[in-house]
Design a binder for this molecule. Structure first.
Ligand code: SF4
Length: 612
C-alpha cells in the first residue's frame, strides 16, 4: 500500500505531474526478491517524460520478472514546499513508495544544470546526500547519460556511474545486485564485485590529486579498480532492446509523440559537439526492425505523430526508403512523421514533400555560425547556398515558419561572424519575399535562437576557454540591437550566467561536489529554469569552497594539462581531438566518416564496430 498523497495534490498547480497511472505505466506484485528500482529524472514530469531513454530503461527493467522499475521526478517547488511541511518524502509515481525504501535509484544526467536537483531529490528521499554517509541500508545511487562522461562534479554523491550505453549491461548489473541483496553482502564488497562490468565506474575507488590548487591527476585506490574506465557500447542496435510501448503522459510533455531511435552516433565531427563525439561509432537500426517497433508503439499508444530520432536524422543511410515504408503504412491513419535534427546538405526535399502531405511540422535548421569561415572552424560542413536553397524549397512547399539555431562565443569568433548571423537570417526572410505573392499566404515566422559556446569534455574544443559572461552579454546586446530592426524575425538567446556555470561543471573536477552541496544548502535548485537560477549563490558557493570558477570555464588548457576526465575513455584518442583543435584554428575541414575515416580511435578501441 503506497502513501496517501491525494490531499497534497489539491494544493498544487499541476497535480497530473504526480498522479501516475498513465496508459502503459506498470504496477507489479512485490515480493522479498523483487529488486525495486527508481528511475530518477532530476527535473519535472513533463520534461522527463519527453526523454526517450526513460521509456527504454523503464520497459527494459520491467520486462525482467523480479525487477520493478518506477519513476521519480523532481517535484515542482509548490509541491516540494508542501511535502517538506508535511514531512512527505519523495515517492514513486507507480506505487507511491517512499524513494528511500527502494533498492536502487538511477539518475539520468542529461544536463549539468540539473545537478542541484539530484542533491535535492536525495534529501527529499530522506537519504544522506553523500555516498560516504550511505550504507547497505540505503538505496544504491547510480547514474548514467551524456554528462556521465565527466562525472567528477557528482563524484561525492553517486555510488556507481554507467559510462556509455547501458541497455546491454543493466541485466548483468541487476543479476549481481540480486546476489548482493540476497546474501546481504557489504556495500563496498558489492561495488568491488561489479568493476569488471564494461563501462562501470565507482568514484569512491579513486582519489584525485591537486598541486597549487590545480587538478593534476586521478588514480585508483582499490586494486580492483581499473586505471582507465572504457565506455560501454551496444554493438548491434538491431539486437538491442527497444520497447514496444511508451508511457502516454497526462500533462503536456515537451514531446508528446511516439519516438523511435533510428541510429546512434554521428559521423559528422562538429568540433563543439559532445554527443557527436562520445556516441561514436554510428550504429543504425534496420528498416525492418524500425517498422516492427513503430507498429507496436503506434498500436500500444494511439499516438498520431511519430518522431524519427537521432543526432542527425537525415544522415540515416536509407532515409528515403524508411520514410516511404512508414508513410505507406500510416498515411491512411494520418499518423504524421517528424524528422528532428535535419541537416542542410543531405536534406531531401523529396522526403520533406512526402512528409508534408500528411502534416506540416516546424522546420529547424542549425547553421551554428554566421559565416563560412567559422562554419569551417567548427567543421559544420554547411554552405550558405545549401541553407538558402533548402529554405526556398520549404517556403515553396508551403512552410512559413523556420527556426535557425546559432552558437556564439565559438573559438576564433569575430564581430564579422556575429554580423553573419543577422545577414543569414535576413537572407532567409528575403527568400520568403522573393516567392510570388500568391504563394505568400501569411507573414513568415523566422526565429533565431542563439546559444553560448560551452567547452565540453571529449570534444576538440575541450581545451578552449569560454567567453566571460560580460562578453556574452555584450554580444547579446549587439545582436539584439540588430534584430530589433526586423519585426518579422524573433531573436532569442540563452542566459550568459547559466552557460558560465554549465561550463564550470562540464570541465569540472570532484571538488565541485562540495560546491553543489553548498549551493543547494543556500537554496539552489531547478538551475535550468531562469526563474530559479541564482548566479550569485553559485559564485558564493565557489568562493566558499576556495575555487575560482574562471579557472574552470574561461581558461584555455594546454594539451599536456591533466583533465579531470582523463581516467574515462570515450574511445576517441586525445591526440585526434588535439589535432582537430589545431585544424580548427586554420579552418581546415575533416571529412565525414561516411566519406573517409579520420582515425579518431573508435575502430582501434572497439574493433569491428565502425562500419560506415
Ligand atoms: S574510426 Fe573513423 S569512421 Fe569510425 S568514428 Fe572514428 S573517424 Fe569515424
Amino acid at each position: 500500500m503506497g502513501m496517501q498523497i491525494d490531499y497534497l495534490l489539491k494544493q498544487v498547480e499541476k497535480p497530473s505531474r504526480y498522479i501516475g497511472g498513465e496508459v502503459n505505466s506498470i504496477n507489479k506484485e512485490i515480493s522479498e526478491e523483487t529488486v525495486r528500482f527508481g528511475f530518477a529524472f532530476p527535473d519535472v514530469y513533463e520534461i522527463g517524460m519527453s526523454f526517450m531513454g526513460l521509456h527504454i530503461l523503464y520497459f527494459l527493467l520491467n520486462d525482467m520478472d523480479d525487477v520493478f522499475c518506477e519513476r521519480l521526478f523532481s517535484p515542482w517547488t509548490d509541491m516540494e514546499k508542501i511535502m517538506r511541511e508535511t514531512e512527505t518524502p519523495l515517492f514513486t509515481m507507480e506505487s507511491r513508495t517512499p524513494a528511500g525504501k527502494l533498492d536502487i535509484i538511477g539518475f539520468t544526467l542529461q544536463y549539468e544544470m540539473s545537478y542541484s536537483n539530484i542533491v535535492n531529490m536525495l534529501d527529499l528521499s530522506g537519504l544522506p546526500v553523500f555516498a560516504r554517509d550511505r550504507d547497505e541500508s540505503h538505496p544504491l545511487i547510480i547514474a548514467g547519460g551524456p554528462c556521465a562522461f565527466n562525472p567528477e562534479p557528482l563524484a561525492d554523491f553517486i555510488d556507481v556511474v554507467f559510462i556509455g550505453d547501458s541497455e546491454n549491461i543493466l541485466p548483468e548489473f541487476i543479476e549481481r545486485f540480486k546476489v548482493h541483496k540476497t546474501e546481504k553482502t557489504a556495500k563496498r564488497e558489492f561495488l568491488k564485485s561489479i568493476v569488471d562490468i564494461s563501462g562501470i565506474y565507482i568514484p569512491s575507488f579513486y582519489e584525485a590529486d591537486y598541486e597549487d590548487g590545480m587538478f593534476v591527476g586521478i588514480n585508483p585506490i582499490e586494486k580492483e579498480a581499473p586505471t582507465i574506465i572504457k565506455k560501454n557500447i551496444v554493438i548491434d542496435l538491431d539486437k538491442s532492446y527497444f520497447p514496444s510501448k511508451q508511457i502516454v503522459p497526462y500533462a503536456d510533455a515537451v514531446h508528446d509523440r511516439a519516438v523511435i531511435e533510428i541510429f546512434r552516433g554521428c559521423t559528422r565531427g562538429c568540433r563543439f559537439c559532445h554527443a557527436g563525439m562520445v556516441y561514436r561509432p554510428v550504429r543504425e537500426r534496420s528498416i525492418d526492425t524500425i517498422s516492427e517497433i513503430v507498429d507496436n508503439i503506434i498500436k500500444n499508444t494511439g499516438y498520431d505523430e511519430l518522431s524519427l530520432a537521432s543526432l542527425s536524422t537525415s544522415d540515416y543511410s536509407d532515409l528515403g526508403s524508411l520514410v516511404e515504408k512508414l508513410l505507406s503504412r500510416y498515411e491512411k491513419e494520418r499518423v504524421g512523421i517528424s524528422l528532428p535534427s535535419l541537416r542542410l546538405d543531405s536534406f531531401s526535399m523529396e522526403i520533406l514533400q512526402r512528409i508534408q502531405r500528411v502534416r506540416k511540422t516546424g522546420l529547424t535548421f542549425a547553421p551554428e555560425a554566421g559565416t563560412q569561415r567559422l562554419r569551417d572552424v567548427i567543421n559544420k560542413g554547411i554552405e550558405e547556398k545549401d541553407l538558402i536553397e533548402s529554405v526556398e524549397n520549404a517556403f515553396n512547399l508551403g512552410w512559413d515558419s523556420v527556426k535557425l539555431y546559432f552558437m556564439i562565443g565559438l573559438p576564433t569568433e569575430t564581430e564579422e561572424d556575429l554580423d553573419g548571423i543577422y545577414d543569414l537570417a535576413k537572407k532567409v526572410l528575403e527568400t520568403y519575399y522573393r516567392m510570388p505573392k500568391e504563394k505568400r499566404r501569411r507573414k513568415p515566422r523566422i526565429t533565431v535562437s542563439v546559444s553560448n559556446f560551452v567547452p565540453k569534455a571529449f570534444t576538440p574544443f575541450q581545451w578552449e576557454g569560454q567567453d566571460d559572461p560580460s562578453v556574452f552579454m555584450e554580444k547579446h546586446r549587439y545582436l539584439s540591437k540588430m534584430f530589433r530592426k526586423e519585426k518579422t524575425i524573433q531573436f532569442n538567446y540563452h542566459d550568459a550566467d547559466t552557460s558560465f556555470m554549465e561550463s564550470v561543471f562540464s570541465r569540472g573536477d570532484r571538488r565541485l561536489s562540495e560546491v553543489i552541496h553548498k549551493a543547494w544548502i543556500s537554496g539552489c535548485k531547478f538551475d535550468s529554469w531562469s526563474e530559479y537560477f541564482n548566479y550569485d549563490k553559485w559564485i558564493a558557493a565557489m568562493e566558499d569552497s576556495g575555487l575560482d570558477p574562471i579557472a574552470y570555464a574561461n581558461r584555455f588548457s594546454d594539451y599536456n594539462q591533466a583533465l579531470s576526465w582523463d581516467h574515462i575513455s570515450a574511445g576517441i584518442e586525445k591526440q585526434f581531438l588535439a589535432s582537430e583543435n589545431e585544424k580548427a584554428k586554420i579552418g581546415e575541414l575533416t571529412e565525414d566518416c561516411r566519406q573517409g575515416c579520420s582515425n579518431c580511435g573508435i575502430s582501434k578501441n572497439y574493433r569491428g564496430t565502425c562500419d560506415v
